[in-house]
Design a protein around this ligand. Structure first.
Ligand code: GCO
Length: 477
């Protein structure tokens, strides 16, 4: 059925270009109270009334904890080169430090072995936001410097446990959300609202990144070790030349706050100036930025949409836009909703050209550092249909989205961008954080009542891409 809808295209990636799909622990695993797992801040947050859509939690999610083997078989059927997943810190260290839970480690060890047995490269993220609740209670989570050192220990333990078999590691996923949505706007766990705390959390994430890179270098024994961080570096574009100041400010507080210390060894002076009214940055101790900056082998970039920015004439406190609540020091920024763009179910504008330009620009900004697109995908309202008694999901919109973004990456490479892989978000429909189970990003449909998996057209597209390295096209658009 799917076969008839997809045809061979003409744009080819080189044989060593890495293709795959991604997930994150809290979004798919479930098994929240099993196998000795401790609570994470996302358990606490999602169980707090009013924090997530329809009170959704990750207690069961896509039940991946109990379905690893069949999920692995699905991945193998898609010919994936790579599978990107995250480790639940409280599953392996229920209190975040001290005691290690052997059952938790064994779960990930089995997952890695299952991937390798199927010829799939594991890509491991250490922190995809599910911080152990115990560390939130004891140290204020990422507000506490101690948490950075606990993360270093955790990285060491994971490196020692899996580093004989796992080559590809990322420290954090989108520390932007971890800090500014977690401690600034309060939209994500732990749900606190303080610009000062968000900035402090960002610094401790930067510090913990550097400490963890060094810890992984000490412990990972794989001969092809590649250590990275995954950032959602925003593609920022000014609406008019007069709006350049909005771009500078947004870029400082959302992007350069991480790339500065991690990749250049300093916080940008304009960021420090912009945020002076919120903090004096005294939590950055002498020697910290040197610790933040550890050489990495790969830069992971997540891309979903372009931020079109305009400078407001004056601060409008009534606005609920990100500029008003999320970004310290950027209250005068307005994110413009372009009426001409097609949109996903998240109301995100679809702009593959933004990805192309972004990758070209990033490659120039960080010469010599290979980039991997670690997340890109789209939520759409999928309908389960029937084809001769078989369940099918004809997600043409998502498939076209992936075709267009894969093509954008191909073009970026032709323009000289050093992009070495494309990982699709997500393998499975899953818990979309505060949005709960409404938005579906998967290339596989999950029926949350029965946990039945139904591969969508987009999974067939990805299978073909992985098998041939040629970007397949839709026969009827
Ligand atoms: C992210 C997240 C994912 C989201 C995805 C869609 O890193 O933002 O990794 O967990 O589900 O981005 O919003």
């Amino acid at each position: 059925m799917y076969r008839d809808l997809i045809a061979r295209g003409h744009l080819a990636f080189p044989p060593d270009f890495v293709l795959g799909a991604a997930t994150a622990a809290y979004q798919i695993e479930g098994g929240a109270n099993e196998g000795g797992r401790g609570a994470s801040i996302w358990d606490t947050f999602s169980h707090t009334p009013g924090k997530t859509a329809q009170g959704a939690t990750g207690d069961i999610a896509a039940d991946h904890y109990h379905r690893v083997e069949t999920d692995l078989d699905l991945m193998a059927s898609f010919n994936l080169d790579a599978y990107r997943f995250s480790v639940s810190w409280p599953r392996v260290m229920p209190r975040g430090e001290g005691e290690v839970n052997p059952e938790g480690l064994a779960f990930y060890s089995r997952l890695v072995d299952g991937l390798l047995a199927r010829g799939i490269t594991p890509v491991v993220t250490l922190n995809h936001w599910d911080l152990p609740q115990a560390l939130e209670d004891r140290y204020g989570g990422w507000r506490g410097r101690e948490t950075a050192f606990a993360f270093e220990k955790y990285a060491e333990i994971m490196g020692a446990a899996l580093g004989d078999r796992v080559a590809m590691w990322s420290t954090h996923n989108e520390p932007w959300n971890n800090s500014f949505a977690g401690y600034g706007s309060g939209a994500f766990a732990p749900g606190l609202k303080s610009h000062a705390d968000a900035l402090k959390a960002a610094h401790h994430l930067n510090l913990s990144h550097g400490l963890a890179v060094a810890a992984l270098r000490r412990t990972v024994k794989h001969p092809d070790a590649q250590i990275s961080v995954v950032l959602n570096i925003f593609r920022v574009e000014a609406e008019t030349p007069e709006d350049a100041e909005a771009v500078r400010r947004f870029d400082a507080v959302a992007n350069r706050i991480f790339t500065g210390p991690m990749l250049r060894g300093a916080y940008p002076p304009d960021l420090l100036d912009d945020t002076r009214t919120f903090t004096d940055w005294s939590f950055v101790l002498p020697g910290d930025v040197e610790l933040c900056r550890q050489p990495i082998d790969l830069l992971g970039v997540n891309y979903y949409e372009v931020m079109h920015l305009r400078l407001r004439p004056e601060f409008d406190p009534a606005t609920e836009a990100m500029g008003g609540t999320l970004f310290p020091g950027s209250e005068r920024i307005e994110i413009v909703r372009r009426p001409d763009l097609k949109r996903t179910a998240m109301d995100w504008g679809i702009e593959p050209q933004g990805l192309e330009d972004h990758l070209v620009a990033l490659s120039k900004d960080f010469p010599g550092l290979p980039i991997m697109v670690m997340e890109n995908g789209a939520a759409f309202a999928d309908a389960v249909g029937d084809s001769n008694g078989r369940r099918v999901v004809l997600d043409r919109d998502r498939t076209q989205f992936l075709i267009d973004h894969a093509t954008a990456i191909h073009r970026a490479r032709e323009r000289g961008a050093n992009v070495v892989g494309y990982i699709v978000w997500s393998l499975l429909d899953n818990f979309e954080w505060a949005e709960g189970y409404g938005p579906r990003f998967g290339i596989v449909h999950v029926d949350y009542d029965t946990q039945e998996r139904t591969p969508k057209l987009s999974s067939h597209w990805l299978s073909e891409l992985c098998a041939t390295k040629v970007i397949p096209i839709l026969t009827t658009p």
